[in-house]
Write a protein that binds this ligand. Structure first.
Ligand SMILES: Nc1ncnc2c1ncn2[C@@H]1O[C@H](COP(=O)(O)OP(=O)(O)OP(=O)(O)O)[C@@H](O)[C@H]1O
Ligand SMILES: [Mg+2]
Length: 152
């Protein structure tokens, strides 16, 4: 993917729609999927279809690595001239030694693998094409938060 198709994009809609796509699967796993938006949030100038792909992969990952009765939060807040969007779970977490390489293509850790190990590499590329950056905080055994900082 090389070119974005930018348009005004409401962040709350982006997160609510993502929740809508995964609500049934979360419910089936007895996982609560929350959207928490810190108002007021300005609109982004972004490629919504591509940001949908980012959120789809992060939510697909979170649901795979979070046990029954878990909690997944989709959050957005403004931080200066950026908006921070994050997906946080209280699942198995990622070993500290692996966190630095998790965005590289084909890197998969543990047993609950998804497809090819390409999801996070694609997420990072899409976020960088928007002029943003992506990162992870995780505590093994406690949970994982993936975040993206997108410029306004
Ligand atoms: N929320 C999470 N909790 C724990 N581990 C995670 C989480 N998200 C990703 N990981 C780890 O990071 C690895 C890479 O994730 P990535 O999305 O790139 O690949 P994948 O999900 O395995 O495959 P694909 O996305 O191509 O279907 C995963 O295999 C998993 O080990
Ligand atoms: Mg994935």
């Amino acid at each position: 993917m090389k070119k974005l198709s930018l348009a005004p994009c409401g962040i709350e809609d982006l997160l609510e729609q993502a929740r809508g796509r995964f609500y049934a699967q979360a419910d089936e796993q007895n996982i609560i999927l929350l959207v928490e938006v810190q108002e007021p949030l300005p609109r982004l100038h972004a490629d919504q279809a591509q940001l949908d792909r980012v959120l789809d992969n992060l939510l697909d990952n979170a649901l795979r690595h979070t046990p029954e009765n878990g909690l997944i939060r989709l959050q957005a807040r403004r931080h200066g001239e950026r908006v921070i969007v994050s997906v946080e779970d209280n699942g198995e977490g990622i070993a500290y030694g692996q966190q630095g390489r998790i965005f590289e293509p084909f890197v998969q850790v543990g047993r609950k693998k998804g497809g090819a190990g390409l999801g996070l590499a694609l997420c990072k590329e899409i976020v960088q094409l928007h002029g943003g950056r992506m990162g992870v905080y995780s505590r093994p055994g406690q949970g994982t938060q993936f975040y993206m900082a997108l410029p306004l």
